[in-house]
Design a protein around this ligand. Structure first.
Ligand code: DC
Length: 205
């Protein structure tokens, strides 16, 4: 039976790790919708028109190994303000959300625009400082050369663009459960999220 868990929140709040954990716990499929925007951003950096890129996105674009760089993150946030780019990506996300067997989608507008009828909605956040520290450790762990200040200003620039755009701005859905992960480790965040979702699930058995 379809069951959609919408997970939204700002960059580096822990949505990805939390969503993977939820998908594993419930046996659902997981779609990181940021990868769609990163793939379009990457093709724009390669010289393509972003709307044309969004309309012709292929599975191999989303599986590229170089989508997690700061340059691609900024490009993703820039193409994400374009209404025609967002429109081109809607059907794929909605079809995934209703797949048999349940789905977790994480992004910025899943609970508000893509799946307003999702059975469960989470808004995952953390302070900008904590998010920048986490992203800094992740990037330097992968051998990328960045400073904490650079990462913090990237996080702030993306927050600003993602929250203030006209099309599908980042904000919690009215019926979302907010989880602030500033002082929670992943296991604690996952327990809070599972408890919130269990309340929305039909009784099992
Ligand atoms: O989740 P992420 O950091 O991979 O997302 C990269 C950018 O893509 C983000 O800054 C804004 C955009 N995005 C969006 O506008 N809507 C989504 N559902 C997911 C991502």
């Amino acid at each position: 039976m379809p069951f959609t868990i919408a997970v939204d929140g700002p960059a580096a709040a822990g949505k990805g790790t939390l969503s993977k954990g939820l998908a594993a716990h419930f046996g659902f499929g997981h779609l990181d919708t940021g990868l769609l925007y990163r793939a379009v951003g990457c093709r724009m950096l390669g010289g393509e028109d972003p709307v044309a890129a969004a309309r012709s996105l292929l599975p191999e674009d989303i599986n590229r190994a170089d989508l997690r760089t700061p340059d691609v993150a900024q490009a993703a946030s820039k193409v994400a303000v374009i209404g025609d780019v967002r429109a081109a990506l809607v059907d794929f996300q909605r079809a995934f959300a209703r797949r048999a067997g349940g789905a977790v989608l994480d992004g910025r507008d899943i609970g508000t625009v893509i799946c307003p009828d999702a059975e469960a909605k989470l808004f995952v956040t953390a302070s900008a400082q904590v998010r920048a520290e986490r992203r800094y450790l992740e990037l330097t762990g992968k051998g990328q050369v960045v400073t904490l200040d650079e990462v913090l200003s990237d996080v702030r620039a993306r927050d600003e663009r993602d929250m203030n755009r006209a099309e599908a701005p980042l904000r919690p859905a009215a019926d979302a459960v907010t989880i602030d992960t500033s002082d929670l480790d992943i296991d604690a965040a996952l327990s809070v999220a599972i408890a919130a979702i269990e309340e929305k699930r039909p009784a099992q058995g």
